[in-house]
Design a protein around this ligand. Structure first.
Ligand SMILES: [Zn+2]
Length: 166
């Protein structure tokens, strides 16, 4: 994806208030992220571990989503869990249930959308083999990296649609 500036990140959020977007913790290494290997920018708030964010490029502009991390540790600890975006299988809490408040009236009524996601939101790196999921078995998939990236972006698009349109 195209590198995102701090200003672009803070103005991209569709499901949190302007005040929240202004205060949220950005990744400390924002300018040095491996942009050419990223399908989206995802990170955990350095100052608030239960918060996570992702920013994706859609039709030339950036769309950001604020997420709450629900600890799924008791379940994930003994079993394998799969990320719903990149389909990487993790053990021991490598996947967490994250919920996004919906936009508009639905969000004001407390409506959220939940997805199981890689806890570190490094889906782009897992699917490219740039990062390995500890303890994960090798899933023999006959897809190319491009196909995996396209599938991940399609999964992300449908997630963003659910947050934005219900
Ligand atoms: Zn993932």
């Amino acid at each position: 994806m195209r590198p995102v500036t701090e200003h672009e990140v803070r103005t991209s959020f569709i499901n949190c208030s302007k005040g929240e977007a202004k205060r949220l913790g950005l990744p400390r290494d924002l300018p040095d992220r491996p942009w050419e290997d990223l399908d989206f920018l995802g990170w955990r708030d350095p100052g608030a571990p239960e918060r996570a964010y992702l920013v994706a490029e859609r039709d030339g502009s950036f769309v950001g989503i604020a997420l709450r991390v629900t600890s799924g540790a008791s379940r994930a600890f003994t079993s394998r869990s799969m990320c719903s975006l990149c389909l990487t299988t993790h053990t021991s809490g490598g996947v967490a249930l994250m919920t996004a408040r919906r936009t508009g009236e639905a969000g004001r009524q407390g409506n959220t959308v939940g997805q199981y996601l890689c806890t570190d939101l490094d889906c782009s790196l897992y699917l490219r083999g740039k990062k390995e999921a500890p303890g994960a078995g090798i899933v023999d998939e006959s897809l190319t990296v491009e196909e995996k990236a396209a599938r991940t972006r399609a999964n992300l698009d449908s997630f963003l649609d659910k947050v934005a349109n219900g």
